[in-house]
Design a protein around this ligand. Structure first.
Ligand code: MG
Length: 218
């Protein structure tokens, strides 16, 4: 069972499900040749995919194009279903930064066939998470900068306010599709600049004021 670590706390929260949003930054949708979505694009990762800062990202042998995607991650703190945006906002308990590691070549093949993205998105070590900061200790303004470097070279750097769908809207929308519960994590999409990583690369990610992480690819 994987768990979530809270900053400045001994409390550990068991991870529920991981819900991810795709194409939530216009320039990232464009860089992959995708249309800007009218509703959030949603997919799931298994909780077994989670690793933590300092752990190793294991490159699966069935891909030649593993990409990094740095994302704001929301921690859900209470059960909600069919929430409006006010109740959705209340259900967000904390924030972290995460990596949605993606096998782009596998995903492209799956997209062509109209198949689910699970194989490209749900492999072991594909969901890296930082420690989380509770909302009561930090107020997210969306003026925070999210960034990622590979071997010290910046690849992704953007402000959270470039998100097409903002956190309360994402949470409200997902809660219209499935019940959200305490310990669920929501990956909110990645800005432009995704690129290939190979074994040996060191990935460092940061969300200013919130959290950071680093992981080596093996
Ligand atoms: Mg993503």
């Amino acid at each position: 069972m994987k768990s979530i670590t809270i900053k400045n706390s001994l409390k550990k929260i068991p991870v529920g499900k991981i819900v991810c949003v795709g194409r939530n930054y216009a320039e990232h949708a464009r860089e992959l040749g995708n249309e800007i979505p009218e509703k959030p694009v949603i997919f799931l990762k298994p909780s077994s995919a989670i690793i933590y800062s300092g752990d190793k990202i294991i490159h699966p042998p069935y891909s030649n194009d593993m990409h990094h995607e740095v994302e704001l991650v929301l921690l859900i703190g209470k059960t909600i279903k069919n929430a409006d945006t006010d109740r959705a906002e209340e259900a967000i308990e904390g924030y972290g930064v995460g990596l949605d590691m993606t096998l782009r070549d596998v995903q492209s093949e799956l997209k062509k066939k109209g198949h689910p993205w699970t194989i490209a998105k749900g492999f072991d070590t594909s969901a890296v998470i930082s420690d989380f900061i509770l909302k009561k200790d930090y107020k997210l303004t969306l003026n925070e900068e999210i960034s990622l470097s590979v071997n010290g070279i910046t690849k992704q750097k953007d402000l959270l306010n470039k998100m097409i769908f903002k956190p309360p809207h994402i949470v409200a929308y997902i809660s219209s599709l499935m019940t959200l519960e305490k310990g669920d994590l929501i990956f909110t999409g990645t800005p432009k600049g995704v690129s290939k990583v190979v074994p040996g690369d060191l990935i460092a990610a940061k969300l200013t004021g919130v959290a950071k992480l680093n992981c080596r690819v093996v």
